[in-house]
Ligand binder design. Structure first.
Ligand code: FES
Length: 500
């Protein structure tokens, strides 16, 4: 089964041009997901001349791999963690600002009559059985203190205990972002696809180069999930992959809603969707640090088992995975990058990226337009939060250092390319250089440098997705070494070696 998200399989392609010229605009936005396209909407509406550069197709990065859930609460680490690290008021700001972003999305669906299956649904957090958990009780209390309406009317076809928040929402994120892009595309809001940023120069005037064109602008917005290149904020982020499986059931489906089943301290997110293959139940979970799990195909198996243990599964219809970046203090970084007055960043959304991406676009557009935004301070990208961040900051940076040391000491996994089987990827040493060699299922061999072009960590084979993933800051590369997602900008160097 190909690992394409349900949203990609159910949405028609956009057809924006490739950048093949030199342009000058007020703001260049790198990244055409929900953050980039929403920022383009806000800025172009206010009269700014804008260009969006999308490396692939609009929305087909992480926006198109998400759950399509929109809610004012948050996942890991939870509102109660924001309250204990910062204050009850900060947790309230987070919930209120996220509710604003959900309303913004609803307004755009109405403004352009976007057919993206947007509907209001309850958000539910529970544990299975008759006993609540410490996490759920703390989260309920924090949500109530933050002004979020809660009740215990969970409607789910299994015995569960927890709480529900009414009036949250679900949609098809890819249909939404593609339709928004199509509606705003104009002479002063130019959208380019297949136009990867390959060189970024910040200065009084900023320049972004693609392979066949360039754009100069007063400001850059990095709407790329994590900023491209080397930024201080990357020491305060951790990259994770998670997995999704969608199945058809023989039994009754849950009602429309967002269902988070807490198992220990991780949630499994479930929802129902009317896909092109009929009604399906999807579950998303099995998170691990990017590039730090050897046999990640088992994540799909575990999710399938999760569903089979609870429902009468008829067939598995879709499998896909997604990336997320967690901020060490639990709050995203949105705004001008630290020490920079030209580049805006938006990162650290955890698994709550559709709502946070929209919010980030609202905040950044207001900052560029000189408008006051009530939430800008809450998410200030240059903030220092030594107490709230300390333990996770140390943990994440020790983890990066450990990966660097481990990989420096690590020996080649095989001696020859002939030792690599179809579907496998291994580190081979060629004339003292580490080489990431892999074969397609058909046996074709690819060999590229194993050294990540971001900051020099060694990439690891992602068996389930046939990619090379960096364990340090989450860059991902194809078997041929092309960048799938940053922070790396440059591809892995090709190694021309005969298949021996
Ligand atoms: Fe930073 Fe690879 S992503 S070193």
């Amino acid at each position: 089964m190909s690992k394409i998200s349900m949203w990609k399989a159910s949405t028609s392609e956009t057809n924006f041009p490739k950048l093949q010229t030199s342009l000058s605009v007020d703001v260049v936005i790198i990244g055409g997901g929900i953050t980039g396209i929403t920022a383009a909407y806000n800025l172009s509406k206010a009269g700014k001349r804008v260009a969006v550069l999308e490396a692939l197709k609009i929305g087909e990065g992480d926006t198109g791999s998400s759950t399509g859930n929109l809610y004012c609460t948050i996942g890991d680490p939870g509102l109660h963690s924001i309250e204990s690290k910062f204050s009850a008021n900060k947790a309230k700001e987070v919930a209120e600002s996220r509710a604003d972003a959900v309303r913004f999305i609803e307004d755009r669906t109405l403004e352009y009559d976007i057919d993206c299956d947007f509907k209001k649904v309850p958000w539910n957090l529970f544990t299975e059985g008759n006993e609540s958990s410490d996490y759920i009780e703390k989260e309920k209390e924090a949500a109530q203190k933050a002004g979020v309406i809660t009740n215990s009317n969970i409607c789910f076809p299994l015995p569960v205990t927890g709480f529900m928040v009414p009036n949250q929402a679900q949609f098809n994120p890819l249909k939404y972002v593609k339709a928004l892009a199509e509606n705003i595309h104009s002479d002063h809001c130019m959208i380019f696809e297949n136009s990867r940023a390959v060189k970024i120069q910040e200065g009084e005037t900023c320049t972004v180069e693609t392979e066949e064109g360039s754009i100069t602008a007063q400001y850059i917005i990095m709407a790329t999930h994590t900023p491209l290149g080397i930024y201080f904020v990357q020491s305060s982020l951790a990259a994770y992959r998670e997995y999704a499986v969608a199945v058809k059931l023989n039994s009754e489906y849950p009602a429309p809603g967002i269902f988070w089943d807490m198992i220990e301290n991780e949630h499994y997110s479930m929802r129902v969707y009317d896909s092109p293959k009929g009604k399906v139940l999807m579950v998303l979970g099995e998170m691990h640090k990017t590039g730090q799990k050897d046999y990640n195909e088992e994540c799909f198996d575990n999710l399938e088992k999760f569903l089979r243990d609870r429902f009468d599964v008829a067939s598995v219809e879709y499998k896909w995975s997604a990336q997320q970046f967690k901020a060490v203090d639990g709050i995203p970084y949105i705004g001008l990058s630290s020490g920079n007055n030209k580049t805006y960043i938006a990162t650290g959304f955890s698994a709550d990226g559709l709502t946070y991406g929209t919010l980030a676009a609202m905040i950044i557009a207001d900052e560029i337009l000189g408008n006051d935004n009530p939430w800008a301070k809450t998410y200030d990208a240059s903030r220092l939060t030594p107490i709230a961040s300390a333990s996770n900051f140390i943990k994440e940076n020790l983890n990066v250092a450990a990966e660097l040391i481990k990989d420096t000491l690590k020996k080649a996994e095989v001696k020859n390319f002939t030792d690599i089987q179809p579907g496998e990827g291994k580190i081979v040493e060629i004339e003292g250089q580490k080489c990431a060699a892999s074969r397609t299922q058909e046996g074709e061999l690819f060999a590229v440098s194993a050294i990540c072009t971001h900051m020099g960590c060694t990439v690891h084979w992602n068996q389930a997705e046939a990619s090379w993933d960096c364990p340090c800051h989450g860059s991902r590369f194809t078997q041929k070494g092309e960048v799938i997602e940053g922070p790396a900008i440059a591809p892995l160097k090709n190694i021309n070696t005969k298949d021996d």
